[in-house]
Write a protein that binds this ligand. Structure first.
Ligand SMILES: C[S@@+](CC[C@H](N)C(=O)[O-])C[C@H]1O[C@@H](n2cnc3c(N)ncnc32)[C@H](O)[C@@H]1O
Length: 421
């Protein structure tokens, strides 16, 4: 039975995963718009069942690493890229795995260190630009104690685990609103009334998280933090059997500000324990402008889909440049992905159509067009209702003050490259 015939046997509503919630390992940290783990698992399993020779998978926009973890669980060797160091930190913890006994012992030492530092006052108060806007003084003090205690731990891998836990506590006790991914301070009254249970929350977090991560490590993985276009250029062609990803649907600034969502955590976490370019967090909007479509006049598209030209005509002239830039960056990534896919390999893209000026950007159709142009055949299309995605109803605001609604449907395209292996 062909893959399409197997997929035909599913009821389309099945893919909504109505009752599924973020669970297990994927619960350890929060990040915008994570993918549905059981769906990724099932699709990858179908691909591997169809062709047991598949063993290398790439996700060039890995976010929280949902696809990487699910790929690893079914025995694939996984390679992930993301420009956002916070996404990198989360995915790394999930793939690296932690020995529960070792973490338990290390937790005790860390908690003792925290107590000693609290009593002695021998810690450094952390500081960065505008810290007082985003954190209350007592919060800065308590987070500084924990930060110093983590830095005193000898084992770098364990420190990475603590940074992940710490990042979640930093976010919880920051003054930013939870109703938007952008940095936007809460009302003064709310900030004043926020209860401080930092030490207790951190203790609970480190004692609970490792139980979700699972042990021992399952297979080979590699993660890179940086621009996927540049990183993909350096990988030999036809390296991967499967490329499975959910790319950004538009530039971060006007769709999902992954960078702003992550900045406060990153400003507290010690970057020396990770491999990423520290200049990417130089200022609060840097990460978003480094992301796809974030910088105007970076590169031109090689193949400009007619659908993009038609779309551009329909929206306000001052918004056209941004859309073109996003498309150009995305098309570069698409081309790089097809170069890295082996002949007979599969590309699985989960996509959404955002609106600009109330008009839907036909990102799915544009991807179908790109697929044809780059010699990939469309094997199957799944459209699902997004029921549980971690997204505020309105995700962002454009410069003209209009809100952009978050997507309520997404499409998964199953593409196949060229001739059989
Ligand atoms: C839709 S999210 C991925 C969601 C993800 N699949 C998950 O499960 O969470 C898109 C990701 O693309 C990343 N991104 C945007 N531009 C990038 C670039 N130029 N290079 C690498 N990653 C980029 C963002 O940081 C974000 O994490």
């Amino acid at each position: 039975m062909s893959l399409a015939e197997k997929l035909d046997r599913y009821n389309m509503e099945y893919w909504d995963f109505k009752n599924s919630k973020i669970d297990g390992i994927h619960k350890i940290a929060s990040y915008p718009a994570p993918m549905v783990a059981p769906m990724q698992h099932e699709l990858l399993q179908l691909l591997v069942d169809e062709n047991p020779a598949y063993h290398k998978m790439l996700d060039p926009f890995h976010g929280t690493g949902v696809t990487l973890v699910e790929g690893q669980q079914i025995g694939l060797e996984v390679f992930g890229i993301d420009i956002n160091p916070y996404a990198h930190i989360i995915a790394l913890a999930k793939l690296e795995k932690y020995d529960p006994n070792e973490i338990q012992m290390s937790n005790e030492i860390l908690l003792q260190h925290i107590e000693v530092l609290k009593k002695s006052g021998d810690y450094t108060i952390h500081c960065f630009d505008n810290i007082n806007k985003w954190f209350r003084n007592d919060v800065i003090n308590d987070l500084s104690v924990i930060r110093t205690a983590i830095m005193l731990q000898n084992n770098c891998k364990n420190r990475r685990y603590y940074w992940l836990c710490f990042g979640e506590i930093v976010k919880k006790y920051s003054n930013t609103r939870t109703s938007t991914f952008k940095l936007h301070a809460k009302d003064e009254e709310k900030i004043k009334n926020m209860e401080n249970n930092i030490y207790e929350d951190f203790k609970n977090k480190i004692e609970e998280t490792y139980k979700l991560i699972g042990y021992p490590p399952l297979g080979k993985y590699r993660l890179e933090c940086g621009d996927s276009n540049s990183i993909m250029q350096k990988i030999p062609k036809e390296t991967f059997d499967i490329i499975c990803t959910s790319p950004p649907y538009g530039d971060n600034g006007t769709t999902v500000t992954y960078g702003q969502f992550s900045m406060l955590q990153l400003l507290w976490i010690d970057s020396n324990d990770f491999q990423y370019d520290i200049s990417s967090i130089d200022n609060f909007s840097k990460l978003d402008s480094l992301s796809l479509g974030g910088t105007l006049s970076r590169k031109n598209a090689f193949y400009c889909s007619q659908l993009v030209n038609e779309y551009i005509e329909k929206i306000s002239p001052h918004k056209r440049k941004k859309i073109m830039q996003f498309y150009a960056d995305y098309e570069n990534s698409f081309r790089a992905m097809t170069r890295l896919l082996k002949k007979g390999g599969r590309m699985v893209l989960t996509l959404g159509n955002r609106k600009v000026d109330g008009i839907e950007f036909p990102f799915t159709e544009i991807n179908v067009d790109l697929a044809k142009h780059y010699n990939l055949s469309v094997e199957y299309v799944i459209t699902r209702n997004i029921l549980n995605k971690r997204m505020p109803r309105k995700v962002s605001r454009l410069s003209d003050g209009q809100s952009v609604s978050s997507m309520s449907k997404e499409t998964t395209l199953l593409l196949k490259k060229g001739c059989e292996r």
